[in-house]
Every structure is written in C-alpha cells, then in structure tokens.
Write a protein that binds this ligand. Structure first.
Ligand SMILES: [Ca+2]
Ligand SMILES: [Ca+2]
Length: 76
C-alpha cells in the first residue's frame, strides 16, 4: 500500500502539471493583464502571458507598443 501511494505521487504531479498547462492556454481578461490599471496593456504586462506575448505585435495595429481594449478585443 505504501509503495503504491509513493508511486502515485509522480502521477498526481503530472496531472497537476497538465492542468496548469491547460490553464495557461486559456485567454486572460483585459483587467487581469492591465496590472497598473492605465487602460492599456504594455508589452511587459503582456509578457506574463506567453500566448498573448507572441500575438502582441500583430494585435498592436497602431504600433504604439500598447494594446488598447479595442486592440485586445481581437485576441479574445
Ligand atoms: Ca497597463
Ligand atoms: Ca496599440
């Protein structure tokens, strides 16, 4: 029994890791990304979210280095 529960720990960790990977894939809200509350998402604010960071340049249509709510809406 003891041996079985020891073996199940890595399996549990793997399951948690899989859950975390899924959560990282979900799209964040504008409010959660705009840490300083200035109504825009800067590149450093977007860097907290890998997928958004990658998409940042294409979303920033006026190339001012920040995403407005309207620019971010295209991502959602
Ligand atoms: Ca901001
Ligand atoms: Ca912009």
């Amino acid at each position: 029994m003891t041996r079985f529960s020891r073996l199940s720990v890595p399996a549990l960790l793997a399951a948690l890791a899989a859950t975390g990977a899924w959560a990282a894939d979900t799209k964040p809200t504008f409010e959660s990304l705009d840490k300083n509350g200035d109504g825009k998402i800067s590149l450093s604010e977007a860097s907290n979210h890998d997928a958004l960071f990658v998409a940042f340049k294409s979303l920033d249509t006026n190339k001012d280095g920040e995403l407005t709510r309207a620019e971010f809406a295209k991502y959602q």
